[in-house]
Design a protein around this ligand. Structure first.
Ligand SMILES: N[C@@H](CCC(=O)N[C@@H](CS)C(=O)NCC(=O)O)C(=O)O
Length: 340
């Protein structure tokens, strides 16, 4: 190798993956320039340009050519600087295959992510979107809430016995928005951040999500099931009022961007967006126009942007399927009332 050799390593000090190329480069006595990334602030242009697929560290840049994935980088170092230092991979093909088998076992099998949900639950949609944003693979278990709940659900969430439940390496995480925050923090090195980075913006996102879950949606649910026409009318007024407040919040928070989270889907988008399917289904089923362009034009546009976003597509159930389900649910509730 000549003197024109340029070796750069992008990493973060705490990443076990970034340690690997550091050891390999030292074994081979290769000089390099190290660049510490700020994964909690903003990633460098060089990282985004070098690893546009995963946007992750480590990245080795050798004479302007990026090499990605830590173990791939280690193999590259072993092959490129083969004349210096000891060999890193075993010399016999069988031993090499074995080393690759066990390294894949360590990297691919140490993470066990399970999600318990039901397809129609707006709450269960939330972790699905978050896991997709972070490109996390997981095993999904559909619960039967109308039949019998699984042992795993009852054991994991003995307090509420509700979905969603995320089980990460055998530890359950409960409550949909709590799960979304956990996903954001746990897989912080992959995908975009879900919560805003500034504490004030984060506090605001949590305020509005609590408004949606504790006030707005419960009002819609109560108005939907009450038998009293007067209570229904009063409840729907409250729901519409809530949407007007959310419209104002959207205009102020999104600052002209398509989402609450800015250019990409964030925490509040996941929270409120999980109910868009239900609003659209109720409109089809009952002609109840809550997403009314003449009253909340920005939220209407946002709702369509949300549903057509790549991360959300195929996660939110089809509106017609929800319409059918809501119809069945209503028939079930009515037959229960007529039996009493
Ligand atoms: N606050 C909870 C609400 C979850 C929830 O209500 N899940 C419903 C499905 S939509 C459920 O599991 N219901 C079962 C039950 O009530 O027994 C969250 O955000 O996760």
């Amino acid at each position: 190798m000549g003197e024109t050799e340029e070796v750069k390593l992008l990493g973060v000090w705490f990443s076990p993956y970034a340690i690997r190329p550091k050891i390999a480069l030292r074994l081979k006595s290769v000089d390099y320039d190290y660049f510490e990334e700020d994964l909690f602030g903003s990633k460098s242009e060089l990282l985004l340009k070098s690893n546009p697929v995963h946007k992750k560290v480590p990245v080795l840049i050798h004479n302007n050519k990026p090499i990605l994935e830590s173990l791939n980088i280690v193999e590259y170092i072993d092959e490129t600087w083969n004349a210096s230092g000891p060999f890193i991979l075993p010399s016999h093909p069988h031993d090499r295959a074995q080393a690759r088998f066990w390294s894949a076992f360590v990297d691919d099998k140490t993470e066990e992510v399970k999600l318990l949900g039901v397809w129609f639950s707006p709450y269960a949609i939330r972790p699905k979107i978050a896991l997709r944003l972070k490109s996390v693979d997981y095993d999904y278990f559909e619960e039967d809430l109308f039949g019998s709940k699984s042992e795993l659900l009852l054991k994991s969430n003995p307090v509420h016995k509700k979905v969603p439940v995320l089980i990460h390496n055998n530890k359950p995480i409960l409550e949909s928005l709590n799960i979304v925050e956990y996903i954001d923090e746990t897989w912080n090195a992959s995908g975009p951040f879900i919560l805003p980075s500034h504490p004030h913006d984060r506090a605001q996102a949590r305020f509005w999500s609590a408004f949606v879950d504790d006030k707005w949606f419960p009002a819609l649910k109560a108005a939907a099931i009450t038998k009293s026409e007067e209570a229904k009318e009063k409840g729907m007024k409250e729901v519409e009022g809530g949407l007007l407040q959310l419209e104002e919040a959207f205009v102020s928070i999104s600052k002209g961007n398509p989402f609450f989270g800015g250019e990409a889907i964030g925490f509040m988008d996941i929270c409120l967006g999980s109910f868009v399917g239900i609003l659209k289904a109720r409109e089809k089923l009952k002609g109840e126009k809550l997403l009314d362009e003449s009253k909340i034009p920005f939220l209407c546009k946002w709702a369509n942007e949300f549903l057509s976003d790549d991360t959300v597509k195929n996660v939110v159930p089809e509106i017609d399927k929800v319409v059918e389900f809501l119809g069945e649910l209503e028939a079930r509730a009515q037959s229960a009332v007529s039996k009493t």
